[in-house]
Structures are given as structure tokens and as C-alpha cells.
Design a protein around this ligand. Structure first.
Ligand SMILES: Nc1ncnc2c1ncn2[C@@H]1O[C@H](COP(=O)(O)OP(=O)(O)OP(=O)(O)O)[C@@H](O)[C@H]1O
Length: 225
């Protein structure tokens, strides 16, 4: 279970401070699929960063079961994130001077035997529709949709319990988007927790729960699956 308690966050804009998140609480059950929707600039990516340990909020706490994420040391927190949380960023954050394959193995580079890791990375990439000729390419020589699938493979390489995706279908054409939805569903069916930010209501419709983030507040919106 992931629990956010009393999260507030402001950012400075010129001389004033703008409150993006205003005392946000959220509980996400293990194995559930939660989608967060809301207008552009409402703070969705900021909330994802806070719940994954990338941004310490002005106030509030984030718990993974009983572990308080922001009470961990930097090293402990980054190990925890690497092992438990896969994150697909909106802009992918692939390293430009590393090949596709090397980008995918990065989270486990120091943990596992390279041969084993490369085999797993190849299988993941193939399952996501990225074929062998692309394995040695640099990210800048990929299409947006291909980059996105490589970012997915990197997020999944460590078998995380939680997959966090910022706009997972944003760069995909219809066929690839439908394929991505199948991947998300099968991941969720394995009992993994999914947290998505999306503008795509068809994708959000697969969630157990949709939340609207607006004016700093997170409003629940239960749906049937
Ligand atoms: N580090 C920062 N410093 C200052 N302002 C920031 C920072 N990060 C985000 N913001 C601002 O906070 C607001 C919320 O940003 P955020 O990226 O979380 O929104 P979003 O809902 O994900 O938007 P989109 O749907 O367009 O991706 C925006 O106005 C953004 O400019």
C-alpha cells in the first residue's frame, strides 16, 4: 500500500509562490490501477515525482507500507526506488550516448551478471515490439513511440511492484497505443500496482479509481472496471 498524507507543494514564480498541491491525501492499494487526470499545469507530474521520492514536498509524508520515503537516506531511497518503482517519464529520460540495450539495463547495471541482464533486456524489448536491429541504436535515432517503449523496458527490467507512467500513450499511434494498453493491463493482472497520469480517458477507464487534480486538490472519482 502507498499512502500520501497531507502533501503540499508550492513553486516560486517571479516574486510570488504558487501553491500546486494543497494538503493532498491519497491511498493506493497494492495491485490497484490508479489514474490521475487534470488540466495541463495542474501538478500531475509534480505529484508523481513526490510519490516516487524524486521531490521532497514542502509538507507531508509518503509511505510505502510502513516505510517513510523521505526519512530514508539518499542511498537507501535510490536503492528502494530502483528495486520497487518503475517510472516512465513523459520525456523518457533516455541517456543519449547509450544504446537502446544499455539504457534498458541501466537500473540493474551493478546488481546482476551482464549476460543475464542483456538477455532479459532483449526479451523485454521484443515483447514491447522493439526488434533486434534497434538494440544498438542511440535514442536520438528512434521515433517517439520507440523511445517510449524503450523507456518502458527500462522501467520493467527490475520487476518493480509499482509502475508509474506519465502519459504512457501520449506519443503512440492507434495500433501502438492499443498494444501499450494490453501491456499495462497484463502488468496490472500480474498483481502490480499502476499509477498513471493520462489525458487519454480510454486508458483511464481501465483504472480502479480515477482522480482529478485541479486547483491543488485531488478529487476521487470511483469507476467500475
Ligand atoms: N521545479 C519547478 N519550479 C518551478 N515551477 C515548477 C517546477 N516544476 C513544476 N513547476 C510548475 O508547476 C506547475 C505544475 O507542473 P506539472 O508539470 O506538475 O503539471 P502537469 O499537470 O503535469 O502538466 P502537463 O499535463 O502539462 O504535463 C506548472 O505551472 C509548472 O510550470
Amino acid at each position: 500500500m502507498i499512502r500520501l498524507e497531507n502533501i503540499s507543494q508550492s513553486f516560486k514564480h517571479h516574486s510570488s509562490k504558487i501553491k500546486i498541491l494543497n494538503h493532498v491525501d491519497l491511498v493506493i492499494q497494492q495491485g490497484s490501477w490508479v489514474s490521475i487526470v487534470g488540466p495541463s499545469g495542474s501538478g500531475k507530474s509534480t505529484l508523481l515525482k513526490i510519490m516516487t521520492g524524486l521531490l521532497k514536498p514542502d509538507t507531508g509524508t509518503v509511505y510505502y507500507r510502513d516505510l517513510d520515503l523521505y526519512r530514508m537516506g539518499e542511498r537507501e531511497k535510490s536503492d528502494f526506488r530502483r528495486r520497487h518503482i518503475g517510472f516512465v517519464f513523459q520525456d523518457f529520460k533516455l541517456l543519449p550516448y547509450y544504446s537502446v540495450l544499455d539504457n534498458v539495463i541501466l537500473p540493474l547495471y551493478y546488481d546482476k551478471k551482464k549476460q543475464e541482464l542483456y538477455e532479459k533486456a532483449k526479451m523485454l524489448l521484443l515483447s514491447l515490439g522493439i526488434q533486434e536491429p534497434l538494440f544498438s541504436r542511440l535514442p536520438n535515432d528512434l521515433s517517439g513511440g520507440e523511445k517510449q517503449r524503450v523507456a518502458f523496458a527500462r522501467a520493467l527490467i527490475a520487476d518493480p511492484d509499482v509502475l508509474v507512467c506519465d502519459e504512457p500513450t501520449g506519443n503512440l499511434d492507434r495500433e501502438n497505443r492499443d498494444h501499450m494498453i494490453e501491456i499495462l493491463r497484463s502488468f496490472n493482472q500480474q498483481g502490480k500496482t499502476m499509477i498513471l497520469v493520462t489525458h487519454d480517458m480510454e486508458v483511464a477507464a481501465y483504472s480502479n479509481c480515477i482522480y482529478l487534480l485541479k486547483d491543488g486538490l485531488l478529487l476521487p472519482n470511483e469507476v467500475n472496471v
